[in-house]
Design a protein around this ligand. Structure first.
Ligand code: GLN
Length: 479
């Protein structure tokens, strides 16, 4: 079936004239129509636009005719861009994000926009104004968040690839919980232009696909300097696909003790241990390392991210665009009611926390302190990478939890991010690679590389996928 083919195979089939972009678009659009009602992975499907685009898609671009889904955080010209929020339910973007523009330029055909936690705040996709996404491996469980719609869609074969964003784990964690491959590049590798801001010093675009090889194809087209993003880095993009030798002999892989401590569920741990043994069998050297500031990551992140969010979200004032309340009595009423109606509970909680930690009396005690601990966490990575080439760890402590299980307990939800936040705070690239199952649900192996070593990361994941087939498993009912 077309949805079981790799991206390289799909592109080759288009080039050879064995299939057409239109036939590919039709195949995946039909799956979306048939299967998405169970999952709620899409906020907006754009079948007419997709068919029109496929009809004129070039057969030559690096991703010619490849169907793709975009997280609804990326602005898409003339298409609703909600960011999972009632605030932007009526927002139709007037321009394409750089990521969307580049992928379009490479020949992809956009099938629609995926569901997400409101403004990318969440780890379960239960914070979306459009309702939760279901995990295709078990519909009673969460797909992870905030890019849960993209991860669930790829897992269910609704598209060969989807974009996502990762501020504190939102690509790696849903990729792990849905059993797909996901990569969060180095901060600055992928343009943030047109990617709706949550916490600007952390937000980074990336992608989901079934394999590392597929991700290499998509990331190569997304990445690169963009003068419209002041934190985008002017550095050449290597040939990620060409770099997939599958050879990891001699690679030094560090296992941080702090990521294997109490709290890691036993069956998940067994899957991670087996994956590490596999790397050893492939000739990698495994060493235990210390990253002593790991336990500061959750508190550091949950000061910095809300601080930046409270500032970024000040733009939603009910005046220029987005939700506006009915019959405002005066300007204050316009602001307060528009924002109270437009933002959900989690977003309001973060704005309040952020405003508090930035306020005159608490700025030094919380915000400045968090910036200092952030530096210590980054230094842990810097020193680790003096002795190892790559870090391997779990992505989450346990497989996907049940819908509703943590919904009323924000602190337990935040603690869920313990293994993904450090790499985000340091800005280093990270991946989640399917590495088996625990309690019938997927487990992800996290690989972390030094700054701008996405090629090393992708190759290490590719090597593992050459000798395992976890990434090819498909959930029952979505074959
Ligand atoms: N779960 C984290 C949060 O709620 C990370 C989200 C993200 O990476 N966008 O903020």
């Amino acid at each position: 079936m077309m949805h079981d083919r790799s991206i390289a195979e799909l592109i080759a089939a288009v080039r050879a004239g064995e299939t057409t972009p239109a036939a590919l678009a039709d195949h995946f659009l039909a799956r979306i129509e048939r299967l998405d009602p169970q999952l709620n992975a899409l906020i907006t499907a754009t079948p007419e636009r997709a068919r029109a685009a496929a009809a004129i898609a070039p057969q030559t671009g690096s991703l010619a005719g490849l169907p793709i889904l975009h997280k609804d955080i990326f602005c898409t010209k003339e298409v609703k861009t909600s960011c999972g929020s009632r605030m932007l339910d009526n927002f139709v973007a007037p321009y394409d994000a750089t990521v969307v523009e580049r992928l379009h330029g490479a020949g992809t055909v956009t099938l629609g926009k995926t569901n997400m936690d409101e403004f990318a705040m969440g780890s379960s996709n239960e914070n979306s104004y459009y309702g939760p996404v279901k995990n295709p491996w078990n519909l009673d469980h969460v797909p992870g968040g905030s890019s849960g719609g993209s991860a669930a869609a790829v897992a269910a074969g609704l598209a060969p690839a989807a974009t996502g964003t990762d501020t504190g784990g939102s690509i790696r964690q849903p990729a792990a919980l849905c059993g797909v491959t996901g990569i969060k590049p180095t901060y600055g590798r992928v343009s943030r232009y047109g990617m709706i801001a949550f916490a600007s010093s952390l937000d980074q675009g990336g992608c989901f696909a079934r394999s590392a090889e597929d991700c290499a194809h998509v990331l190569g087209a997304m990445a690169g300097f963009d003068p419209r993003d002041s934190t985008s880095v002017e550095r050449d993009v290597p040939d990620y696909v060409g770099g997939l030798s599958g050879d990891v002999a001699g690679l030094r892989i560090g296992l941080p003790r702090e990521y294997f401590a109490d709290g890691l569920e036993a069956e998940s741990r067994a899957a991670i241990d087996a994956a590490i043994a596999q790397y050893e069998a492939l000739g990698a050297t495994i060493v235990w390392i210390d990253m002593p500031h790991t336990d500061l990551a959750v508190s550091t992140y949950y000061v910095i991210a809300p601080a930046e969010a409270s500032s970024n979200l000040a733009r939603y004032d009910g005046v220029r665009y987005g939700h506006r309340c009915d019959n405002p009595q005066d300007l204050d009423d316009l602001y307060t009611r528009s924002r109270a109606e437009g933002f959900g509970a989690e977003v309001q909680r973060r704005i309040m926390v952020g405003a508090y930690v930035l306020s005159a009396g608490y700025y030094d005690a919380y915000y400045v302190k968090a910036q200092k601990t952030r530096r210590l966490i980054a230094q842990d990575f810097q020193s680790a990478f003096e002795s190892v080439d790559l870090i391997a760890a779990p992505v989450t402590q346990a497989p996907a939890f049940k819908l509703g299980e943590k919904a009323d307990d924000p602190v337990s939800m935040y603690l869920n991010d313990v293994y993904t936040l450090p790499a985000s705070l340091a800005g280093v690239p990270g991946m989640s690679v399917p590495a088996g199952f625990a309690h019938g649900l997927p487990v992800g192996l996290q690989l972390i590389a030094p700054w701008f070593e996405e090629a090393r990361l992708l190759n290490a994941a590719h090597a593992y996928q050459q000798v395992t087939d976890w990434h090819t498993a498909r959930p029952a009912g979505f074959e």
